[in-house]
Design a protein around this ligand. Structure first.
Ligand SMILES: NC(=O)c1ccc[n+]([C@@H]2O[C@H](COP(=O)([O-])OP(=O)(O)OC[C@H]3O[C@@H](n4cnc5c(N)ncnc54)[C@H](O)[C@@H]3O)[C@@H](O)[C@H]2O)c1
Length: 416
């Protein structure tokens, strides 16, 4: 059984079907209703895959009573940040309480939601045990970080190694056996905390390295050095270097959020800051503001003010060739340009209606341009924010634009 059928839970539930199991997905009524009608809300899963699965061994429901019939429960609910920037474990807590009421002896429970080290044993375990069953004797409990990379055509659930850490050795063994049924390589961790922190190390590593090249992009521009060419040269070293690329900022559900879980833990438990994370945050979150200034400079070179100028943003999702807009740096960039008086327009093959507002209570809805070329020709400034395939292979040839991804070349192209 999978609790939470989002970007992580839905593909996982379908992958489990491959091991010959009957899989039940539990989610809120509106999600269940949509999936039940054969409509997928996740980029990597098609409507056809959902319909096919539902005609076989996959069931979706909002009925919590089905927990008592599950031999394995995998939890993939969201772990966002609160308004104050602290971890919001509300979904994990409510699922933990619900499971405590319904679990039966012999069940394996695995938490997959990204969270700070200690969550599985300090917060989740007591909620499960509130129903009277004990972890280690009546129940098995483990943590296994999700490594889904939406849109990745090479690495999916089956061929991405899975880290698993249980509360006891027996918990780890049972969780390893479970995942080995549909994943090629399962890696046992020493315990739940090591498995929890492995995920945070992976994402913090990306966050910091992206910040490094973002900072370098700024001074490379001033020094007249093509940083993308620098990276191409550096990555020919066959060991000790992994290429990261600059861009308009970081987005998605993981990189801007997960490192906060770790820095929050270090700060609250040990009373000192995790300085690498704080610096990376400062640099990455300042990129939209830096980009707004670069757009202002371009307009200025043409004798134009930002106020009243038409600025066309190409690609507003956080990642190329997916429709996920969560935490996209396109939003803070648009907010800054709007505040400067620009007439902001956008085009994105994956988004037709876009709310260019930073807070959910605000609304600044923009409708996407249908004809990208004619929109670009009417704009005073064109900015490539996302390297969707539709923008490559000559689609933007001849246009004057600011390329924040380093994927275009030609006379009219200025790189970040
Ligand atoms: N999206 C990614 O690329 C990615 C990658 C790795 C890890 N993660 C982590 O995986 C976890 C899930 O992320 P996601 O992207 O799948 O989130 P999501 O928002 O796409 O999906 C979460 C699902 O859980 C459901 N849900 C919330 N509360 C629930 C409850 N009490 N009972 C039942 N269902 C409930 C929601 O309705 C939603 O369908 C997060 O901790 C995230 O950090 C995400």
């Amino acid at each position: 059984m999978v609790v939470g059928l989002g970007y992580v839970g839905l593909p996982l539930a379908l992958a489990m079907l491959g091991s010959g199991r009957h899989v039940v997905g539990l989610d809120r009524p509106q999600v269940v209703e949509r999936l039940g009608s054969g409509s997928s809300h996740v980029d990597d899963v098609s409507d056809e895959q959902v319909t096919l699965a539902l005609s076989g061994a996959f069931t979706v429901t909002s009925d919590e009573a089905c927990v008592s019939r599950a031999d394995t429960v995998v939890v993939c609910v969201p772990t966002p940040l609160s308004q104050a920037g602290a971890p919001d474990l509300g979904a994990i807590e409510s699922v933990g309480r619900m499971l405590g009421e319904h679990l039966t002896a012999g069940t394996l429970v695995v938490l997959e939601s990204t969270t700070y080290p200690g969550t599985t044993e300090e917060l989740f375990l007591p909620l499960l045990e509130a129903g009277g069953l004990k972890v280690g004797t009546d129940l098995n409990l483990a943590f296994s970080p999700e490594r889904v990379d939406p849109g990745n055509k090479t690495y999916g659930i089956q061929n991405t190694p899975k880290v698993v850490g249980g509360v006891t050795e027996q918990c780890t063994k049972r969780a390893v056996d479970f995942y080995a049924g549909f994943i090629d390589t399962v890696v046992p961790a020493r315990g739940t905390r090591e498995a929890e922190m492995a995920k945070l190390l992976e994402n913090t590593y990306r966050h910091i390295n992206i910040a490094l090249v973002n900072e370098m992009a700024r001074f490379s521009h001033e020094l007249g050095i093509d940083l993308w060419n620098v990276i191409e040269c550096a990555k020919t070293k066959p060991f000790g270097f992994q290429a990261f690329y600059p861009g308009p900022g970081v987005g998605g559900h993981c990189i801007p959020i997960d490192p906060n879980y770790l820095s929050h833990t270090v700060q609250t438990r040990l009373r000192y800051p995790f300085r690498f994370v704080e610096l990376a945050q400062e640099i990455n979150s300042s990129m939209p503001g830096y980009l707004a200034r670069r757009i202002q400079d371009r307009l200025n070179d043409e004798g134009k003010a930002v106020r009243g100028s038409v600025v066309l943003l190409l690609g507003v999702t956080y990642k190329a060739d997916i429709a996920d807009e969560r935490e996209s740096p396109a939003v803070p960039l648009a907010v800054k340009l709007l505040a400067m008086g620009a007439d902001v327009r956008f085009h994105d093959p994956y988004v037709s209606r876009w709310n260019a507002a930073e807070h959910s209570e605000d609304e600044h809805v923009l409708i996407g341009e249908d004809d990208m070329r004619s929109a670009a020709e009417q704009a005073d400034a064109v900015v490539l924010l996302q390297s969707h395939a539709a923008y490559l292979d000559g689609a933007l040839d001849g246009l004057r634009l600011l390329d924040t991804r380093g994927v275009l070349a030609g006379d009219g192209v200025e790189r970040l």
